[in-house]
Design a protein around this ligand. Structure first.
Ligand code: HEM
Length: 417
């Protein structure tokens, strides 16, 4: 009988790790029945996860993409644009899109964002401090982990400062469950984002800025990206870049707040130790729990007696691969020392994926975490001692198999709890 999984179960969303550990005992990939009536193969082994992500027999193109009904509303049209992005393509389409995007996303351009990220972080730390003074408590997700990546994507896309508040609001709304907001708000936010990105592309064509997106708009190599591809790219950068980084910052904050000995070590260890905290948080609390769905184009023998049939839905569970006990000793322990220069040289985690779709923003995400964590939690922080104001086991998590991180992180000044 197939194992059944309900990704909407709040207990699973909060702590899926015992389930994955149990599933792994049945093999590095297992077929499970999902509560929505479909079934899928979940890959939980580290080696097999990397093999699948590098193997062209696993396609990223969503099934039936060609036969989808025509969009019948502006909000659907906006969602349809997002679906055209490069994560949903295979070679050779993907190769072309990836080459053009990589040419704009150079390490030099990403590193040049550091001073702006520091400035944005300083403003948000001040905002957290003000909230603590005014209300005695603050939510680190709402006041810090959510706005920082959205504002940074604003920098990447060259969104003028005056429009940042709108970008933040629409992003918040399109990321919210439809029943959490007044009727129609989520659809209106999609339509607004679509209209905004359309005019942003036209503006960047007329007057390029020194932002990364302008470089993408003006790259004429191989014909460059057309307007539809640029629109999909703007949506992809926003969605691939904000919720993942938000989860990384929120999860790393939670881990530091619940591991005071590791916080003390980071405060003493300097930038390299904060970088190790970010790496270990990526492994321990993988912000993308699973990659995007893959589909087998033919039967695939993964070894160890696991044979996937043709046309199977496959989810590579990065969160599980990153806790494979055969690769990471004491996988459930949060030990940044694994990734410290003097440490035990742990295997690279798989939190940014692997193979041709390896995360394009990994350098930017690391940079954000390596700036944000010390500015909020370091010895020189404006708020030297924060304490969690909730039971960590009771924090809410977004349901589903794709992204994972606490939705709320209430904190107070230590000593005032
Ligand atoms: C792809 C993780 C931040 C842009 C991916 C993939 C993973 C990932 C696992 C591959 C998905 C798959 O194979 O199905 C993360 C994590 C992040 C993060 C954990 C933060 C902690 C960012 C940022 C950006 C970004 C900040 C850009 C601003 C992208 C893009 C792709 C991608 C464009 C698609 C690449 C392709 O299809 O070739 N990311 N990401 N990511 N990521 Fe990230």
């Amino acid at each position: 009988m197939l194992d059944t999984l309900d990704p909407a179960d709040p207990a699973f969303a909060r702590d899926p790790y015992p389930y994955y550990a149990r599933l792994r005992t049945t093999g590095p990939a297992a077929r499970v029945a999902l509560a929505n009536g479909t079934d899928a193969w979940l890959v939980t082994g580290y080696r097999q996860a990397r093999e699948v992500l590098a193997d062209p027999r696993f396609s990223n193109v969503p099934p039936h993409a060609a036969g989808r009904p025509k969009p019948d509303s502006p909000a659907r049209r906006a969602r349809g644009c997002l679906a055209r992005h490069m994560l949903n393509t295979d070679a050779p389409d993907h190769t072309r899109l990836r080459r053009l995007t990589t040419a704009a996303f150079t390490p030099r351009r990403v590193d040049a964002l550091r001073p702006r990220i520091e400035q944005l972080t300083a403003e948000l730390v001040t905002d957290v401090a003000d909230r603590l003074t005014r209300w005695g408590a603050a939510d680190l997700v709402d006041a810090f982990a959510f706005p920082l990546p959205v504002l940074v994507i604003g920098e990447v896309l060259g969104v003028p400062t005056a429009d940042r508040a709108d970008l933040r609001t629409w992003t918040y709304q399109v990321g919210s469950p439809a029943d959490a907001l007044p009727a129609g708000s989520v659809d209106r936010a999609w339509t607004s984002l679509h209209a905004y990105f359309t005019s942003l592309i036209a503006e960047k064509r007329r007057t390029p800025g020194d932002d990364l997106f302008s470089a993408l708009v003006h790259d004429e190599a191989e014909g460059g990206l057309d307007d539809g591809e640029l629109l999909a790219m703007a949506f992809l950068l926003l969605f691939a870049g904000y919720e993942t980084t938000m989860n990384l910052i929120a999860s790393a904050s939670l881990l530091l707040l619940t591991h005071p000995e590791e916080l003390a070590a980071a405060r003493q260890g300097g930038p390299a130790r904060w970088a190790a905290v970010a790496e270990e948080a990526l492994r321990h609390a993988s912000p993308l729990e699973g990659t995007t769905w893959r589909r087998t184009t033919e039967e695939v023998d993964l070894g160890d007696g696991v044979v996937l049939p043709a046309d199977a839905s496959v989810l590579v569970v990065l969160a599980a691969a990153n806790r494979d006990p055969g690769v990471f000793p004491e996988p459930d322990a949060f030990r940044p020392g694994r990734y410290a220069a003097s440490g035990e040289r742990a295997a690279p985690h798989a939190a940014f994926g692997h193979g041709p779709h390896f995360c394009l923003g990994s350098r930017l995400a690391r940079l954000e975490a390596e700036v944000a964590l010390p500015m909020l939690f370091g010895a020189d922080s404006r708020i030297p001692a924060l304490a969690l104001a909730a039971d960590p086991a009771g924090l809410p998590y977004r349901p589903g198999l794709l992204v994972r991180g606490p939705r709320r992180l209430p904190v107070v000044r230590a000593g005032s709890a």
